[in-house]
Design a protein around this ligand. Structure first.
Ligand code: MTE
Ligand code: MO
Length: 446
C-alpha cells in the first residue's frame, strides 16, 4: 500500500531512534515538528473564494449559567460498574483514552463509593479533631474557608486500579475502562498541619484516623508524619468547589498515596497511638505475598505509565506517522523519564515530557512514531526521581506472586495488528489457562 498523501517528507532530517519506527522526540521541541512535514489531507485543486458557512448566517444560541461539553462529545463518559441492588457500591472509570493533557475534567473524575454519594448541606457539616489532643476542635465549613489555602496538582489513584491485569489472560477493553481508576486535579484547601498544631497533638500520637460522613463511614488510618507533611483538607477541585462525588464539602487529600486514604465527606480526624485496624486496612488493601505473609499498609502508589493513544480497541487508519501519547506518574515524586517501545521492549526511545512535571501528579508524555503497517507492540516505561522504574509484568509477578489484587503497576503492552487494530497483550509472561482465580476476581473492587 502506497502512502498518499505522504505524511513524512522525503527530506525528514531525523532518523528512527529505536526499532519499528520510533522517531526522535526532539521533533516536538519548539512546537515546529523540527523539519518534519506532515500532511493528512490532499491539497485543494483550486483555492475557492471563501463562502459563508451556515453558522455565520444566523445568531448562535444564548448564554447558559453553567457550561456543558459539546453535544458532539456525548460519548466521552465514564463507564460505571455497580453492585446489583446496591447502586451506590461500585466504580466508574475515567475515559483516559478520550482525554488529553494532565488534568481530569471534574465531571469525568473516576469514582469509588462504597455506599452512595451523600447529599451534605455545607451549613450543617462539621469536622472534628479529637482523640490524643490537648484541645479537641470542631470546625464548620465557614471557619475552614477562613484559613490560608494552598493549591496542589496531584493524582488520586485507587489501590485496585489496573487489577484486571492480574488475570491470567489479557482482558480486552479500552485503556480507560482498564486503568482509569486514576484522575488528576488541582486541589485547593487548608493544609492539615496547622490545624493539628492548633489541636495540640499529644507527643505519643502516631496515627490520624479519618472518618467519612457517608453511609459506609469509611475509616482509614494515616501516619501522623504524612498528615503533617503534605495532607490537605481539600475544598476546591480544578477551581470550583469539590463535586459531591469527590467528597463535597470536604475531602482529605493524601498526595501520592492509595486512593482509599483520601477520605471523602470528611467528618472526623481522631489522633491515636495505634491504627484503627478498620475493614479497609485489614480485610481489604492487604494481600498475600509469595512467602505466605500478608502485606499491609502499602501506602505509596508506585511508578506507572500507560499509552493512552493509540490504545486498545482503536484502529490505526493507515501506515504512516502517529503521535504516541500517554500518562506517567509516581507517588514517590516526580517523573524523571519515560521511554517508549514499538517492538515489545526490545528497544526504547525517550519520550518528550509535557511541562509542568510535578510530584505525585500525572505527567503527559509524547513520542513520534512511524508505523510501517506491520505488527508492533507499543509500551511505555517510567522512571521516577527516586530512581524507581516501572517493572515488566514478569518482574511484577516474580516479586508479588499470584495472589495480587492491589498496586498493579507493570508495563502495559498494546499489540498492533497488520490491520491497525490494537489489543491488550502480555508479551513477557506465558499465556496461562487456569481461569479460576480470574472468575473469583469479578465482583471485587476496593
Ligand atoms: N467516605 C468515603 N471516602 C472514600 C471512599 C468511600 O467509599 N467513602 N472511597 C475511597 C476509595 S476506595 C477511593 S479509590 C477514593 C476514590 O475517590 P473518588 O471517588 O473521588 O475518585 O475515595 C476514597 N474515599
Ligand atoms: Mo479505592
Amino acid at each position: 500500500m502506497k502512502d498518499k498523501p505522504s505524511e513524512l517528507s522525503e527530506h525528514w532530517p531525523g532518523a528512527p531512534v529505536a526499532g519499528n519506527g520510533l522517531l526522535d522526540r526532539r521533533v516536538f521541541l519548539r512546537g515546529t515538528l523540527g523539519g518534519l512535514t506532515l500532511s493528512f489531507t490532499a491539497p485543494l485543486a483550486a483555492a475557492p473564494r471563501d463562502a459563508l458557512v451556515p453558522t455565520q448566517r444566523a445568531p448562535g444560541r444564548p448564554f447558559e449559567n453553567y457550561g456543558q461539553p459539546s453535544p458532539h462529545e456525548r460519548s466521552v463518559v465514564r463507564w460505571i460498574a455497580a453492585t446489583e441492588g446496591v447502586p451506590g457500591n461500585g466504580i466508574s472509570w475515567t475515559p483516559l483514552e478520550q482525554l488529553d493533557g494532565a488534568l481530569t475534567p471534574n465531571g469525568l473524575h473516576f469514582e469509588r463509593h462504597h455506599n452512595g454519594i451523600p447529599d451534605i448541606d455545607p451549613a450543617l457539616h462539621r469536622l472534628r479533631i479529637g482523640g490524643a489532643v490537648a484541645r479537641p476542635l470542631e470546625f464548620d465549613i465557614e471557619a475552614l474557608l477562613r484559613y490560608p489555602r494552598v493549591s496542589r496538582q496531584c493524582f488520586v489513584e485507587c489501590g485496585g486500579n489496573s487489577n484486571a491485569a492480574w488475570r491470567r489472560r489479557p482482558v480486552q477493553t479500552t485503556a480507560g475502562n482498564f486503568h482509569g481508576l486514576v484522575s488528576a486535579s488541582e486541589w485547593t484547601g487548608v493544609p492539615l498541619a496547622p490545624l493539628l498544631d492548633q489541636a495540640e497533638v499529644d507527643a505519643k500520637a502516631r496515627w490520624v484516623i479519618a472518618e467519612g460522613a457517608d453511609a459506609f463511614s469509611l475509616t482509614m488510618s494515616i501516619p501522623l508524619s504524612k498528615a503533617r507533611d503534605d495532607c490537605l483538607l481539600a475544598l476546591f477541585q480544578n477551581g470550583e468547589r469539590i463535586r459531591p462525588a469527590q467528597g463535597y464539602p470536604l475531602r482529605l487529600l493524601v498526595p501520592g498515596w492509595e486512593g482509599v486514604l483520601n477520605v471523602k465527606w470528611l467528618k472526623n480526624l481522631y489522633l491515636a497511638e495505634q491504627p484503627a485496624m478498620a475493614r479497609n486496612e485489614t480485610a481489604r488493601y492487604t494481600e498475600l505475598m509469595p512467602d505466605g505473609r500478608a502485606r499491609q499498609f502499602t501506602f505509596t502508589m508506585g511508578p506507572k505509565s500507560l499509552i493512552t493513544r493509540p490504545s486498545a480497541q482503536m484502529r490505526l487508519p493507515s501506515p504512516g506517522f502517529y503521535e504516541i501519547s500517554g500518562l506517567a506518574w509516581s507517588g514517590h515524586g516526580r517523573v524523571s523519564r519515560v521511554e517508549v517501545s514499538a517492538d515489545g521492549g526490545e528497544s526504547w526511545a525517550e519520550a518528550a515530557l509535557a511541562e509542568p512535571v510535578l510530584p505525585a501528579a500525572l505527567t503527559r508524555f509524547r513520542a513520534p512514531w512511524r508505523w510501517s503497517g506491520g505488527p508492533a507492540v507499543l509500551q511505555s516505561r517510567v522512571t521516577d526521581e527516586t530512581g524507581r522504574v516501572q517493572p515488566s509484568r514478569a518482574e511484577l509477578l516474580a516479586e508479588r506472586g499470584r495472589h495480587g489484587y492491589y498496586h498493579y503497576n507493570a508495563i502495559v503492552s498494546w499489540a498492533v495488528a497488520a490491520d491497525g487494530y490494537l489489543t491488550h497483550a502480555y508479551v513477557d509472561t506465558p499465556p496461562e489457562t487456569t481461569p479460576l482465580e480470574d472468575l473469583f476476581m469479578d465482583e471485587k473492587w476496593d
